[in-house]
Design a protein around this ligand. Structure first.
Ligand code: ADP
Length: 447
């Protein structure tokens, strides 16, 4: 096992990793920006090193400073958390070149999954079903028009380096293609410095269903079921549940098996998530995330498995502590992302929290760095708490969630707590009948 883990992240993600380190008895060090000097993970970690100013470019993305902190404190492994450098293949490579262990997959997998064109080719080779589309990158409008005839309309022009829904444009008909093609390319170039795009059939009412996979260095591969993440705004997930209300046990076992076989073929290591769109009973691969996901606690709730602990054990070369046969899915879990955002306009609302009270009682888990008197800094992601609720079945889980939301207090800054309180009353949520368009096109459009 490692002598000391350096946590290269902040907020509730850093706290999550810190908690695993502490429970495993692993000494730990956290790096932080000047804006986070008073944060909960900094207070609780064994050691902390300030690595730069509030802006992430100078701190949480500052590779030389992070490595210097590892050198000074004698850390022998780095946990990148979620976001920031967690899917940066160069960072993983540099960490390894310095003789440290990167707690994550191999660099080649981070790199190939980071390029969506390459990822689709790798996914197809591993036996995953793809959204029908161009076989690779499309460089000219003439090629796009030719391909459009076979793919059909509406179609989506997507950036190879895309993320966060940027560089993605819909062409409803062939007449819109030239405009969609050039605007996707210029948006991709501005956002990612890469104007490579590809084409995909645009699915009209899909659900976003992702499968959690995990593999060790000894050839063991397991899937931990799926998460339903269709409640999205601007391609950002707000509310996730496991299992998906759309799948039967047979469909679950089938897609889980396909996902596990795919990562076995790829020779993948550690935790990962394979994201699919699901429409009319069919799954279509969209991307793979080569890291822990924000919504991992709902999988932990229904499987009883500590994913971060397992991720650390696997990185240290240990054998996975369970096999596929050991995995049982118990009950139902829902995660609400509580953001420091106005619940109607979604404008960020950083500022001082004078009153914080987390919900409690049976089946409730809260992942948060908040405390009364804490000031939510304006420099980072607006996620301030994750409310994770586990129940015997979906109806029980929803009832528990409703009462947990009534208990939860964050004042005076507006948060998405108010949105979640309305969501749990919505018919489409109660019935589990929503898809990726529902929140924006139905629920929010009604206001
Ligand atoms: P990003 O990495 O930018 O988040 P993804 O490929 O993961 O891009 O897609 C993000 C979201 O965009 C999906 O969850 C879905 O809502 C929508 N989307 C992506 N591909 C398609 C498609 N072919 N048809 C319809 N919607 C899509």
């Amino acid at each position: 096992m490692f002598n000391k883990i350096l946590i290269a992240n902040r907020g509730d993600v850093a706290l999550r990793v810190l908690r695993a380190c502490k429970e495993m008895g692993i000494p730990n060090v956290i790096v932080h920006s000047t804006a986070d000097a008073d944060s909960m993970p900094v207070r609780l970690a064994d050691e902390s090193v300030c690595i730069g100013p509030p802006a992430s470019a100078g701190s949480y993305l500052n590779i030389p400073s992070i490595l210097a902190a590892a050198g000074i404190t004698g850390a022998d492994a780095v946990h990148p958390g979620v976001g920031f450098l967690s899917e940066n293949a160069d960072f993983a490579e540099i960490v390894k070149a310095h003789g440290l262990t990167f707690i994550g997959p191999e660099t080649r997998h981070i790199r190939s999954m980071g390029d969506k064109v390459e990822a689709k080719i790798a996914a197809a080779n591993a036996g995953l079903p793809l959204v029908p589309g161009s076989p690779g990158a499309v460089h000219t409008i003439e090629d796009a028009e030719e391909l459009g005839k076979t793919i059909g309309y509406p179609l989506l022009v997507k950036a190879a380096s895309g993320g966060g829904g940027r560089g993605m444009k819909v062409a409803k008909t062939a007449a819109d293609l030239a405009e969609a093609f050039s605007s996707a390319r210029s948006e991709a170039n501005a956002a990612f410095g890469d104007d490579t795009v590809y084409l995909e059939r645009y699915l009209s009412q899909p659900r976003h269903i992702e499968v959690q996979v995990i593999a060790d260095q000894h050839g063991n591969v397991v899937h931990l079921g799926e998460r339903e993440c269709s409640v999205q705004r601007r391609h950002q997930k707000l509310f996730e549940e496991a299992p998906s209300p759309a799948l039967s046990a047979t469909q679950r076992a089938k897609i889980g098996r396909i996902a596990a076989e795919a990562i076995h073929k790829m020779g993948y290591l550690g935790v990962g998530t394979i994201e699919f769109l699901y429409e009319d009973g069919e799954f279509f691969f969209i991307e793979m995330n080569t890291r822990l996901q924000v919504e991992h606690p709902i999988t932990e709730a229904i499987t009883g498995i500590d994913l971060v602990r397992e991720q650390i054990r696997i990185a240290a070369g240990e054998v996975m502590s369970f096999s596929q046969e050991d995995v049982n899915f118990n009950g139902h879990a829902i995660e609400c992302r509580i953001n420091a955002e106005h619940p109607e306009t979604f404008v960020p609302t950083p500022g001082k929290v004078t009153a914080f009270h987390a919900a409690g009682g049976p089946g409730i888990r809260v992942e948060s760095c908040l405390y009364s008197g804490y000031s939510v800094p304006p420099y980072y992601d607006s996620l301030i708490a994750k409310l994770v609720v586990h129940g015997d079945d979906r109806a029980h889980c929803l009832a528990r969630l409703k009462r947990a939301l009534e208990e939860f207090i964050v004042e005076p800054i507006p948060t998405t707590l108010a949105l979640h309180a309305r969501l749990v009353e919505a018919d489409a949520i109660i019935e589990g009948s929503y898809n990726i368009r529902w929140l924006e096109e139905k629920f929010l459009a009604r206001d």
